[in-house]
Design a protein around this ligand. Structure first.
Ligand SMILES: Cc1cc2nc3c(=O)[nH]c(=O)nc-3n(C[C@H](O)[C@H](O)[C@H](O)COP(=O)(O)OP(=O)(O)OC[C@H]3O[C@@H](n4cnc5c(N)ncnc54)[C@H](O)[C@@H]3O)c2cc1C
Length: 412
């Protein structure tokens, strides 16, 4: 992690125009009060700035690091039209990290209602912090041995050091949140059992952890891995020298940069302009020496590598791709990593009645996060499909309000 130079951050803050109608704020999915925070930072009111950031976004310290800033605050900074845009996200990370380290939160109230939160990714953690702070009795059920979800078991540590998650965990414990680690909800602990034990509301924030398959021959071979599995414990794998990564989102870039193989090639069926990975991630991968092979679709995986067929765009507007017959070629690989998105696992819905899913297996909710079963709420990737951390937090905030509304109505 880079050492922080406060003077540099101050210089950066001084470059901000403090726009009256800030575009950076408008394009922030969680509406961060950027000029107000920069002003406080300039006045050395770091605690106050930290409180504003935390109250608006309990994962501000993380969003400052992992948000796709080029599409949000950074990419919409007015200063960036003629000059370099202001790096607000570095100022945000610094302030929010200090806030987490120095703040001991207390429950504002003691309320009787018990809330179960299933999953401790960005959605579950945000909801737990908001509701526990208000005084509810919150229990998190997490199937892994640590909290964080993708933040710990997906995004590599060189991008997001886990210390920030440890600080958040301490904050949860300060707020009397009970955490049941290694507790998979579905087969043994069921939604019905949670209600029988007196939980008043249940939140599902279990994310998307089923890799989407390519559905081609050879996908079950021993040298083939799914990125979402690989990133959980990259050190367990012996990938060899030549690694082919199929896909071009951030998950593919994280898998591409996350090991010591000497020859890593990302292969994608479209062009750079169509990649869903951020420009910064693609640039980092290139700087890391990752090769890119574009306009190639996988046809079959064999022991020696992957056979790809060339593709081309049929029509630019609709971006329909077609294969060029007869262009099949082998790209050699000791290991193949597939990174073409994820869908939800069905541990909960297959053991519970009345929680509807759509054709992709995502939970069906209304805009406020009510599922089709009374008292059960959901948000995050398990509802939206694979998105971003800040969107998971923003939606969790909305659901926290609807859980409160629901509990207030139950009381009368
Ligand atoms: C490799 C990778 C890199 C990414 N990089 C970025 C990035 O740079 N920036 C960005 O904004 N977004 C990024 N994303 C997307 C972002 O991380 C997700 O949108 C976000 O984590 C979704 O949060 P969530 O809480 O819905 O789900 P998750 O983070 O998936 O958390 C779900 C949690 O639920 C637990 N769980 C699942 N089922 C059960 C069960 N039955 N019982 C108990 N616990 C359960 C899981 O173990 C997990 O802890 C990335 C995603 C991946 C996979």
């Amino acid at each position: 992690m880079k050492a922080i130079d406060i003077n540099k951050l101050k210089e950066e803050a001084n470059r901000c125009f403090l726009c009256k109608v800030p575009k950076c704020k408008k394009y922030c999915p969680i509406d961060t009060q950027i000029p107000a925070v920069i002003q406080l930072f300039k006045e050395n009111k770091i605690d106050e700035a930290g409180e504003i950031l935390f109250n608006n976004n309990p994962l501000s310290a993380i969003c400052g690091v992992v948000c796709p800033h080029e599409d949000q605050c950074l990419g919409n900074c007015i200063r960036g039209i003629k000059d370099e845009p202001v790096n607000f996200y570095e100022i945000e990370s610094f302030i929010s990290r200090e806030y987490l380290k120095n703040t001991k939160l207390k429950q504002e109230n003691k309320l009787n209602e018990r809330i179960a939160i299933i999953g401790s990714g960005p959605a579950g953690i945000s909801l737990a912090l908001i509701l526990a702070k208000k005084g509810y009795k919150v229990t998190i059920f997490e199937k892994r041995s640590h909290i964080g979800g993708v933040l710990r078991y997906g995004i590599p540590k060189f991008r997001l050091p886990v210390g920030v998650l440890d600080d958040i965990e301490n904050m949860l414990l300060d707020l009397n949140v009970k955490i049941r680690y290694n507790a998979l909800v579905g087969p043994v602990i069921t939604i019905d059992k949670l209600f029988e034990d007196g939980y008043d509301a249940i939140f599902i924030g279990t994310g998307v952890w089923n890799p989407k398959p390519l559905n081609i021959k050879g996908e079950t071979f021993g040298h083939v891995h799914y990125a979402i599995d690989y990133l959980k414990s990259p050190n367990s794998y012996r990938l060899g020298d030549n690694v082919v990564i199929i896909g071009a989102g951030n998950v593919a870039m994280d898998a591409a940069k996350n090991h010591g193989a000497s020859n890593v090639t990302v292969v994608y069926r479209k062009g750079f302009e169509d990649m869903t990975a951020t420009k910064a991630e693609i640039k980092d991968a290139k700087e890391d020496g990752v090769n890119f092979e574009l306009f190639k679709a996988p046809v079959e995986i064999i022991d020696e590598g992957v056979i790809f067929i060339d593709t081309k765009k049929l029509d630019d507007e609709r971006k329909t791709m077609v294969n060029i017959e007869g262009s099949e070629k082998l790209i050699n690989a000791d290991s193949v990593i597939i990174a073409i998105s994820q869908s939800p696992k069905n541990n909960i819905v297959s053991n519970t009645k009345n929680i509807d899913t759509n054709k992709y297996g995502l939970l069906v909710t209304d805009d406020e996060g009510h599922t089709t079963r009374e008292g059960v709420f959901a948000s995050g990737d398990v509802v939206t499909g694979a998105k971003t951390v800040v969107e998971a937090v923003a939606n969790a905030k909305k659901v926290a309000n609807s859980i409160e509304e629901y509990l207030k109505l139950k009381r009368v």
